[in-house]
Design a binder for this molecule. Structure first.
Ligand code: C5J
Length: 224
């Protein structure tokens, strides 16, 4: 895969597609479907649906090009030993992390709600990172997996823009990765947080990274 320029904000950016990875953050039933963690927190989960089709488009392109694809899932061990008590002890006890729900125990690994939505389901050869925190680098093997493959650029998609996407981009930026967030492939329960979450990444000359679109990525890959 060649070097190419991609339209982005605050400025176009040169990427080596052969040293890039597509990182899809937490497109899990627990965040996107009724009865999961997102809904338990009182959110309108339908707000996240807009990101699904653009994610499908870039995932198909990345697969066709042989790009390294990574999916992440936020969640905890069944005994909650990897969940800080302060993370659990919030909100209505009947709806907390680990409580039973219509998709199994909320935000617990191995439960139906913890899984990735069918539209974006991983295929063989794609890396699935189970993360206990908001950031995908925290207590995971992500950094070593990227370094082993000599990856320098991350195309970042997923939910939610201001929480796990932002945290992961900040962590990635501090570790020296060029993070390009595909804005239409991200979503938030709060439209204003989505807008500001992207604005914070690209402000000050791209203080945490770049913001682009699914379409621009496809163009950069020679697909449109
Ligand atoms: C949240 C996430 N919002 N994946 N997690 O708790 O953004």
């Amino acid at each position: 895969m060649p070097q190419t320029m991609i339209e982005a904000e605050p400025a176009k950016v040169k990427v080596d597609l052969g040293r890039s990875a597509l990182v899809i953050i937490d497109m899990q039933r627990d965040f996107l479907e009724l009865g999961g963690f997102g809904a338990a927190l009182g959110n309108d989960v339908s707000r996240l649906k807009a990101a699904v089709a653009p994610c499908q488009a870039v995932l198909a392109a990345a697969r066709a090009a042989g790009m390294f694809v990574i999916h992440t899932r936020e969640g905890h061990l069944p005994d909650l030993s990897d969940a800080p008590p302060l993370k659990i002890e919030r909100g209505d006890p009947r709806l907390r992390i680990g409580a039973p729900g219509p998709m199994g125990r909320i935000l617990i690994r191995g439960e139906p709600g913890h899984d990735i939505i069918p539209e974006l389901y991983p295929v063989a050869g794609e890396l699935v990172i189970d993360k206990p925190g908001k950031g995908a680098f925290y207590h995971t093997e992500l950094e070593s997996a990227l370094k082993r493959r000599n990856v320098e650029t991350l195309f970042v998609c997923g939910v939610t823009t201001e929480v796990c996407v932002n945290t992961t981009v900040r962590e990635g930026n501090d570790r020296g990765f060029r993070c390009i967030v595909l804005g239409d492939c991200c979503a938030s329960y709060f439209p204003e947080f989505h807008t500001m979450g992207l604005a914070m990444i690209k402000a000050q000359g791209g203080i945490f990274g770049w913001v682009s679109t699914s379409q621009a990525m496809l163009v950069a890959m020679g697909l449109h």
